[in-house]
Design a protein around this ligand. Structure first.
Ligand SMILES: [Zn+2]
Ligand SMILES: [Zn+2]
Length: 172
């Protein structure tokens, strides 16, 4: 029986993740749980960039996957991949592992008032987007679809946490 496992990796809001489980489970029609796996991300810190290397973390997560499962690491730490200054998340198309960072989803990062509800909406969109990739979906151009590629948090706020009709069909 396949499952989605969410792994908090130096992420403070585990209860935020727990609240999302029914939503994620319903979206992918697969059991979803928060895993008790833990991993130290210290070795992935790049002192020059003051960020953590997402590709290396994903590589390290691969052995944690049980056959047929998808796992999503969620962290508060700032992630990068070598070609980009930062990323909200990363997953390999059709792979088993996804990684999401809440670091740049917090309003305080942009000098705005704290908004826990908005943070959790953004985080949910990131998790569903990266899981979408893990389930084989590419980026979508239809405005509003969760699979639209986003570089800035404002763009994140313009899309929904839902798959468009075409992405939904492909997901099946
Ligand atoms: Zn993407
Ligand atoms: Zn779509």
């Amino acid at each position: 029986m396949s499952r989605i496992k969410i792994i908090p990796l130096q992420f403070a809001g585990v209860e935020v993740l727990e609240q999302m489980l029914p939503l994620i489970s319903a979206r992918f029609k697969i059991e979803t749980l928060v895993s008790t796996h833990r991993m130290d991300l210290t070795p992935f810190f790049n002192p020059v960039r003051s960020q953590y290397n997402a590709n290396d973390i994903i590589q390290k997560m691969v052995p944690l996957v049980d056959e047929g499962d998808k796992i999503v690491g969620v962290t508060d730490l700032d992630l990068f991949i070598p070609v980009l200054s930062y990323i909200f998340g990363q997953a390999y198309l059709g792979g088993s592992v996804a990684l999401v960072s809440g670091h740049r989803l917090v309003n305080a990062r942009y000098g705005l008032a704290d908004d826990p509800k908005l943070f959790s909406e953004r985080l949910l969109k990131c998790i569903i987007h990266e899981l979408g990739h893990a389930f084989g979906l590419k980026h979508c151009l239809l405005p509003g679809c969760v699979m639209v590629s986003t570089t800035y948090v404002e763009e994140m706020d313009q899309k929904s946490d839902q798959f468009c009709r075409s992405c939904k069909i492909q997901l099946k």
